[in-house]
Design a protein around this ligand. Sequence first.
Ligand code: SIN
Length: 282
Amino acid sequence: MKLVPLTPSIGATVEGIDLMSLDQQAFDAVRDAWLRYKVLFFPEQSLDADALCRLGSCLGALMQLPYIRPMEGHPEVIRVLKEADEVGMGVFGGEWHSDFSFLPAPPAASILYSVDVPPVGGDTLWVDMGLAWRKLPQPLRDALVGRIAVHTGKPYGAANAPEESTRFRGSIDIARGNPEADRETRHPAVCRHPETGEEMLFVNPTYTTRLDGVDAARGEAVLQAVYAHCTRPEFTCRWRWQPGVVAMWDNRSTMHYAVNDYDGHRRELLRVAVAGEAPLAA
Ligand code: SIN
């Protein structure tokens, strides 16, 4: 397989492999590259929902996710769909986030497979939260070390999440009032990766609501400064989709953002999430 990095830190395209016919040695090489680059892109794949589940299962146990209606007949698969006539509304994942960070054990990995994409637009961006942590100015590091951040799925966290009225109508069916999403969960703001040992930020503007034990205004100012820092272009990669691409990312060490700039075009991806463990303090 040939690895082509997208940036010096995060993201690589993997060429020359068929994900459906990997032997153990090849899969181990993919896994190592996934931990190194945090998000891998595999063009020219041909999967259906069953095949996506088989692929995800190679990384770990698939999760059934709270509050989103899964695909018919596939309780672990979510259809990330916006139809061409669904204009002027929010999209699933249209703000920086780590998937389901409000769960006591958020996913370790997420996998997307592109079925149908706009001719242009609908890109996805990822942030390297390890690099962002290492480059964080000292006063912000001091404000986060040893801190606990509070996460909740309700009401999609922070002030800069999309307006309630514009969120997730249409083809993505979000059930509100789900106790698993509505409760608050506490995670360390700076975590240690359970496999690589890397220290990284684990807060995000969608699900993190506050820093525990910090004055509300001060905590909000810290979080906003941290988000402004993390999302600097030098910590990110951006992917322009074509149909038939698998993106596999480490949800523990990244945030991502689905760009909602393709009104009038259909976009459909399938996704699964792989179980992780409770985040460890750095
Ligand atoms: C997500 O947050 O999983 C959706 C990403 C995308 O649609 O690009």
